[in-house]
Design a protein around this ligand. Structure first.
Ligand SMILES: Nc1ncnc2c1ncn2[C@@H]1O[C@H](COP(=O)(O)OP(=O)(O)OP(=O)(O)O)[C@@H](O)[C@H]1O
Ligand SMILES: [Mg+2]
Length: 221
């Protein structure tokens, strides 16, 4: 299974999502490789560099693949050695972005429900996503993941309703599980950990719920 975490918006949680899906799958026994395709922030590589080989097990192989030319072949070549590849993406529509989508068996689109701008960029992404699929005659399932969600906020609940409309219009799924706004996510990324390995039981549960939903979706493919 090749899962990409992608959006054309910066700071929505692409790297948080990728590193947490990767660690959660690794703890479930999958042989996981994390692929960093964001040549500017290189957050996945930095995360891996902070992961203590003795303290944080299992080991998660992390590689940087940044060149659009040969991207799909490089990723598929890497996949031969693993059960799961998780790709972290850059925050805009770069030449590598379409390659990331085409290399994926499942696409996760983290969305921060902060306001209209986030929805406008979701729409830009979805238009491009359709174009990419049409150009290749392929259909790649995609799921929105609400991130930094605060259920008490009217703004966030209204955002979710609008996101559902986009999901329906473009045939995209919306994961029932979501990441709430929690300090644990910020703390873990700086330590090279996933929240599955941390002391916040609620965060652990929500990451596990997201991964279980993705695994169920993958099994139906
Ligand atoms: N659910 C969450 N709760 C609290 N903080 C979060 C959550 N998700 C992400 N963050 C924080 O938000 C910031 C942006 O997250 P992250 O780096 O994962 O986003 P990104 O989309 O990969 O950003 P970029 O576009 O710069 O690559 C980080 O400081 C991260 O720790
Ligand atoms: Mg990132």
């Amino acid at each position: 299974m090749i899962i990409s975490s992608i959006s054309f918006k910066g700071g929505v949680g692409k790297s948080t999502c990728a590193t947490n899906i990767a660690t959660c799958l690794a703890h479930k026994g999958y042989k996981v490789c994390l692929v960093d395709a964001d040549d500017v922030t290189k957050s996945a590589m930095k995360w891996a560099g902070r992961r203590d080989a003795k303290e944080h097990k299992p080991r998660i192989q992390t590689v940087g693949v940044y060149e659009p030319k040969g991207f799909i072949q490089a990723v598929k070549g890497q996949y031969e050695h693993y059960d799961a590849l998780i790709i972290d993406s850059p925050p805009s529509d770069k030449p590598v972005s379409s390659k990331i989508i085409l290399a994926s068996s499942l696409v996760v689109i983290p969305v921060a429900p902060k306001g209209a701008v986030d929805l406008w960029i979701v729409e830009e992404f979805l238009k491009r996503y359709e174009e990419i699929q049409d150009s290749m005659g392929s259909s790649i399932p995609a799921y929105f993941l609400l991130n930094q969600y605060k259920p008490a906020l009217n703004l966030h609940r209204a955002f979710e309703d609008n996101l559902k409309k986009y999901a329906d219009a473009y045939g995209i799924g919306l994961l029932k599980a979501r990441f709430h706004d929690r300090v644990a996510y910020g703390e873990c990324i700086g330590k090279g950990m996933g929240v599955i390995e941390y002391d916040n039981i609620t965060a652990k549960r929500e990451v596990t719920a997201v991964v279980d939903e993705l695994l169920a979706a993958y099994q139906k493919l």
